[in-house]
Design a protein around this ligand. Structure first.
Ligand SMILES: [Zn+2]
Length: 289
């Protein structure tokens, strides 16, 4: 089973996670820029983080034969922080030009403040200008209203629904998204939100069209193998092989290919390393490879 993991924060994970993911069939990862758990106080720390996603993470992933892509954005939470919000927005266009960037994200609502809405709309406009799809986070609290406001903002600014991936859905919010034409993301977590069994039921009820699974693994309690585990459960539960492949491979590829930067044939080959080292460093710390 080939897996395209469309939402993983590998910056927060160890190298063993890459190895485990490769063993479980993950051949490509998309890493959206996000909230690091502690507020950043300078625009420069965002830029170093963006550079790490484009360089170091891509290098680490390639060691395990995994293709690494990213999505760039000012995250919803820090859109509220006047120390960084405007400066990051200003710096984003040059990152959105890079080959490995397949979307703007994650953007969206966290607390649903006016500032979040302003930077959400501004970044949808950046997505439009750069011809990129948008990966959209939805709030953990008051999710139903968050999704409602997300969909209405997309309509208000005339953002094409098929270029929006509305993420972190559940049984309730999927009903709001189904008929809109957007892609629907589901984060499968160990304790909270969706788990494998609930996901199975959602797919039984609503089918696999425009459905996308992710592990959203980050610095919190999460599991980078959740997509593989869910795929295994779907198979055991009688889903046809092509239906499973659709949610873990075909759908994410179809969504991110809208960027015009995803060469599907390239995914059949091992990713190329630019050299043995990344800017003079390897993932080994003194050990011999
Ligand atoms: Zn995330």
């Amino acid at each position: 089973m080939r897996i395209f993991e469309p939402h993983a924060h590998m910056f927060s994970r160890i190298t063993d996670d890459y190895e485990q993911m490769a063993l479980a069939g993950v051949e490509a990862i998309l890493e959206p820029a996000f909230w690091l758990g502690q507020p950043r106080t300078h625009v420069g720390t965002f830029l170093d983080y963006f550079d790490a996603l484009l360089g170091w993470e891509r290098y680490r992933a390639a060691q395990y034969g995994i293709h690494h892509f990213c999505a760039m954005a000012l995250n919803p939470k820090e859109a509220n922080d006047d120390r960084v919000n405007a400066g990051v927005l200003e710096a984003l266009p040059r990152y959105l030009e890079k080959d490995g960037v397949l979307a703007v994200g994650e953007i969206g609502f966290d607390d649903m403040t006016p500032k979040e809405e302003k930077f959400f709309a501004a970044q949808l406009e950046l997505a439009r200008v750069h011809g990129l799809p948008a990966l959209i986070h939805t709030p953990h609290r008051d999710k139903k209203r968050g999704v409602e406001r997300t969909l209405s903002l997309l309509r208000d600014v005339g953002f094409p629904m098929e270029r929006a991936l509305v993420d972190h859905n559940n049984e309730e919010t999927v009903l709001q998204c189904l008929d809109t034409g957007c892609y629907m993301g589901f984060s499968i977590y160990p304790d909270t939100k969706m788990d494998e069994r609930r996901m199975l039921e959602v797919l039984r009820r609503h089918g696999t069209e425009r459905m996308i699974l992710n592990s959203a693994c980050d610095w919190g309690k999460s599991d980078p193998l959740k997509v593989a585990r869910t795929a295994a459960l779907l198979r055991r539960s009688g889903f046809a092989e092509r239906e499973v492949a659709k949610v873990v491979w075909d759908n994410p590829i179809a969504f991110f290919a809208q960027s015009g930067r995803l060469d599907v044939a390239e995914l059949d080959r091992r990713p190329e390393l630019d050299g043995e080292l990344w800017q003079g460093n390897s993932i080994l710390r003194g050990q011999q490879g």
